[in-house]
Ligand binder design. Structure first.
Ligand code: AMP
Ligand code: MG
Length: 327
């Protein structure tokens, strides 16, 4: 990986890069850290053994297609109507059971306060990101959970590197973080609308992989869900937003313009899924025409992932059984 970023500046001197330190001197640093140092640091962390560094294998629930790193994938191969042969009422009852698992495991994750879970949701407009968050996280302690919704970047955000605003919202230890849209917008809408030149968005796939590797190596398990709906389903959802006064607030006329770029979005989605599905942060493609099926399989994957992380309550303080609360 570091090869892609050019030779390490210290490699020729045959000495390891020092850990990044706080510098107190005001004299100019003759060797300021470069991005290669950060990538090198992430790699060294990743190679360390230890429970907080071990990268869990992330398996999705049946019905979801996981993009295998290095194996060509196309959204066209996933049926957005798939429902696992379940019936809606049955699936709703099963969802309640998955939520209970998530709530219990989230309490442990929060109490343990050593690791975090980042859930990334991407989809075309009307794809169901908001509904998924409502359905899957209902009942979770709000203190242990933070949702970040990413809109058109502000002037301040645009003055920084493209990952700046996302990195600032990653979940801290003990937290479940949800990205409603994410750093992937910078290779999706940005590419489709030509907001930056092609060489700029092209290099972002590698930068995104490095960013996610840094998070994973720092104790964040990453679950990325792409909600896959059909073009017909989008039409129905847009029509419902126009027809139903209760849904007017959700209607954005810009979605009608974006719909004309449906094929360009599908190409951009396919490229992001192919370039950025890695062992530590694979993409999971969820059939999402049926909301109840989407909710169930995502909730189950979240619950299974938390269970695999196996968060533990911290050890009780010594001698707790003998302690008395004073009057
Ligand atoms: P919504 O999620 O429907 O409230 O809309 C948010 C809007 O912000 C969508 O139209 C996105 O395409 C847009 N958006 C999000 N991230 C970016 C980005 N990095 N650059 C440009 N537009 C973005
Ligand atoms: Mg919208």
């Amino acid at each position: 990986m570091p090869k892609k970023h050019g030779p390490h500046r210290r490699a020729s001197r045959n000495e390891p890069a020092p850990a990044t330190k706080l510098r107190v001197s005001s004299a100019p640093d003759p060797h300021p850290p470069t991005s290669a140092d950060w990538v090198g640091a992430a790699e060294r962390i990743e190679q360390r053994q230890g429970p907080e560094i071990a990268l869990p294998t992330i398996r999705a629930a049946a019905g979801i297609a996981t993009v295998e790193p290095g194996r060509p994938f196309s959204l066209a191969a996933v049926d957005p109507d798939a429902d696992g042969g379940l019936d809606k009422q049955e699936a709703k009852a099963m969802l309640a059971a998955e939520r209970a698992r998530i709530q219990d495991l989230q309490e442990r994750l929060y109490a343990e306060r050593r690791r975090s879970l980042l859930i990334v949701l991407q989809a075309i407009d009307t794809g169901g990101k908001d509904g998924t968050i409502r359905a899957v996280l209902e009942g979770v302690n709000p203190q242990g959970c933070a949702v970040a919704s990413f809109k058109v970047p502000s002037a301040e955000e645009l003055d920084h590197d493209f990952l700046w605003r996302y990195h600032a919202r990653t979940p801290g230890r003990g937290m479940i973080g949800v990205f409603n849209r994410s750093h992937y917008e910078d290779v999706l809408v940005v590419r489709v609308k030509g907001l930056v030149p092609e060489p700029v968005w092209r290099m972002r796939y590698d930068l995104i992989n490095d960013f996610e590797r840094l998070l994973a190596a720092s104790g964040t398990t990453i679950l990325k869900f792409f909600l896959h709906i059909s073009k017909d389903e989008q039409r129905e959802r847009l029509e419902a937003r126009i027809a139903d006064p209760q849904k007017h607030w959700k209607f954005d006329p810009a979605d009608l313009v974006e719909r004309k770029s449906w094929d360009a979005y599908q190409s951009a989605f396919n490229d992001a899924l192919n370039h950025c599905s890695t062992p530590h942060a694979p993409w999971h493609v969820v059939p999402a025409n049926r909301k109840w099926f989407r909710n169930l399989v995502i909730a189950r994957t979240v619950a299974d992932t938390l269970e695999a992380m196996d968060p533990q309550f911290p050890a009780a303080p010594k001698g707790i059984a003998d302690l008395k609360v004073p009057d």
